[in-house]
Design a protein around this ligand. Sequence first.
Ligand SMILES: [Fe+2]
Length: 484
Amino acid sequence: MADSRYRESPFLTGHHRPNRMEVDAPDLFIEGELPADLAGVFYRNGAEPLYPPTAEDYHWFDGDGMVYAFFLADGRVSLRNRWVRTGKLLLEMKEGRRLFGVHGNPATTDPLAAGTRYNTANTNIVLHGGKLLALMEGAPPVELDPRTLDTLGEEHYGGVVTTTFGAHPTVDHGTGEMINIGSVARRKGTAPELRYDIIDFEGKLITSETVPVPYQSMLHTFFVTANHVVFPVTPLDVSLRRAISGGPMVAWDPDRPTLLGVMPRRGGASDVRWFEAPPRHMMHQANVWEQDGRLIADVAAAEGTSLFPSLDGTRRPHRETRQSLRRWIIDPAAATDVVREEILNDRDIQFPRPDDRLATTPSRYAFANSNLHSADGRADGMDSVVRVDTADGAEDLYHFGDGAAAGELIFAPRIGGTGELDGYAVTLVHRAGAADTQLAVFDAGDLAAGPLALVHIPFVIPSGFHCNYYSVDSPLYRQALGAS
Ligand SMILES: [Fe+2]
């Protein structure tokens, strides 16, 4: 069996097992009632390698992007999924096997792949500028047709975005702008630097700045407020040289602080001021905004990570590196450059999300998938979902049962709804031993009451990364998909 090699990784087995197929399912069975005022599209991206890895050291982030689209209307749901046909995947399909090493490491990549970009397009899937974009941080976005999911090709924004483009852009729903970064890279003889881009509502790139940073680190996300951007340089060191000599490309440096570079949103490299926090693993924020002159960032953070080894080759267990919801407070008026940290809620969470419409402005609630009983929720499954009131840390939690694997929980506004909890919360969940996956729809203000509706997908969708929901009455939906 060709897929016996999948068994070598916890991220290729169990709820992570790739299903290796593309489907069109026109009318899924629904348990309960799908609310009539929930109409739109739910997209999810994740890593599903078509071919088994060439070495034993498969990494979760290395699979080919597979996009699922659930179209919700009139109390009914249809599903379509397609691989993102990047140059990498097309070449591997031609050869009938995987060619690239871990993270595209050239030292472990087949010479046949020379000259082909390592683009998995597997991390996020966003609508902006009338286009559906599959994103990973090491390569340009790949445009898909928002209805058919056919791959249309890389988007280079007029020739500016030709190397990297972050997987976590912020779309400011007030201005319509999408703000993003290119990952940190080092040109010969220069300091490491990132690229900072602003793209207007129509999808035209209007600003691109190069910003030097202190270290070459994995910059998975960054923050945007009404007037500022923040570049979090964490202790996740990136070194191609180390990878070529047989070490890990990404490694945790326990002696390095977390540095937060604050820059005006319309500023440039000379405007950056660096603030310092203790060493933290931080890849995702719920929301970030300005209040009383300070920057408030609600993030999922931990004192280390089990996802990557330390510089000395050891790897810390998940129980020591659980991410909790924390508030980082940056005060540009203060005399010191120290970031204050408060723990808002100490549940083990993975992907915190706000009501996306409030991005860059104050919000009160954070939604997340969470883990009550698994030894390691990323490998074994996040068994619950939670909504945290960031004003007092109070939680609204639903446990799917031990062994369940729940994906990112996101807010889905009801048609015409404007309030922060005026809508639903949606996630994909695979329950222990089940032959299916369910799209669970909750009342956003009462997760504890359990799902209002469970949409049954007649096969297992492997756990993935990020998802987004676009209501039919939102400007982003209308721009990309037209009137429904
Ligand atoms: Fe992410």
